[in-house]
Design a protein around this ligand. Structure first.
Ligand code: AMP
Length: 284
């Protein structure tokens, strides 16, 4: 992979990287489409990174669909697929980690200790191997893409991090490889995340700015769904991911919810329509 990427760079081509864990869906493919518009070659990686799963998480049963993934990537016009083995990425004696202090410990990091350290470490390694001009990530994982942008800045990487909007099912459920864990009843219940985000949007559009009030509204919307158990529902500053008291700057409404045993996350990004404007623009 290093040799191929090095050659492309030597030819002054614009190299794009789309890191994934496989079990590919239209969300992943949207990143590839964007990369294809801006880069050639486009390199996709598939690596189910053991270091970002906690001991009681789903590493061993995470969906692995390599054959159909590689067909999808070929049809999508990806030039190279990088699918290393765990031992190539973490050979014996591996000892160096990347951690974005502070940001890594909040929200997802609080619920999943060590998760983001695993993410930033593997993404740093992928960026070192490929040294792409652009690397593409989904805003579906809002805190993750924020962390990676921070890491790229802090470590003076030559890669520009591009964050792309979430792709959703027609009923609003954000596409995720973990959606395959849901049975039919849970799949229906999983729409509660999008419904809750919409309830918050409607309150905000009606002028509500008090974060505590919005949180209560989110909790109420989520508790209406019998199969849903809230992990967190927060309104945070889009830069710092610190909870806000009132919504005035760009913010995320962040949700993490268990549907049965499956943990799903989703978010709504919102920003003032213009500098100091009261009116907000919403990005699902
Ligand atoms: P994963 O395979 O889950 O690690 O995801 C690989 C990349 O795809 C990450 O940058 C994700 O944020 C992104 N991604 C996952 N789901 C979606 C989605 N529904 N829409 C857009 N991007 C997504």
């Amino acid at each position: 992979m290093k040799e191929q990427a090095r050659q492309a760079r030597a030819e002054s081509r614009i190299v794009g990287l789309v890191p994934t864990m496989g079990a590919l869906h239209r969300g992943h493919l949207s990143l590839i489409e964007r990369a294809r518009r801006e880069c050639s070659p486009v390199i996709a990686s598939i690596f189910v990174n053991p270091k970002q799963f906690g001991p009681n998480e789903d590493f061993s049963k995470y969906p692995r669909t390599f054959e159909s993934d590689s067909e999808k990537l070929e049809r999508a016009g990806v030039d190279f697929l990088f699918a290393p083995e765990a031992l190539e990425i973490y050979p014996g004696g591996f000892a160096t980690y990347v951690n974005v202090d502070g940001l890594s410990e909040k929200l997802e990091g609080r619920s999943r200790p060590g998760h983001f350290r695993g993410v930033t470490t593997v993404v740093m390694k992928l960026l070192q191997i490929v040294q792409p001009n652009f690397a593409y990530f989904g805003r579906k994982d809002a805190q993750q893409s924020r962390l990676i942008t921070q890491m790229a800045r802090d470590l003076n990487l030559d890669t520009e991090i591009v964050v792309c909007p979430p792709v959703r099912e027609p009923d609003g459920l954000a596409l995720s490889s973990r959606n395959v864990y849901l049975n039919a009843e849970e799949r229906q219940a999983a729409t509660v995340l999008y419904r809750a985000l919409n309830v918050a949007r409607n309150e905000l559009a009606a002028g509500v700015r008090d974060a505590l009030h919005l949180q209560t509204v989110l909790q109420r919307a989520l508790s209406a769904e019998r199969l849903a158990r809230m992990d967190y529902a927060e309104i945070v500053d889009a830069e710092t991911f610190e909870p806000v008291v009132r919504v005035k700057r760009p913010c995320f409404v962040l949700l993490a919810v268990f549907i049965g045993k499956t943990r799903l996350i989703d978010n709504l990004y919102l920003e003032p329509k213009s500098l100091d404007a009261e009116e907000l623009v919403f990005h699902f």
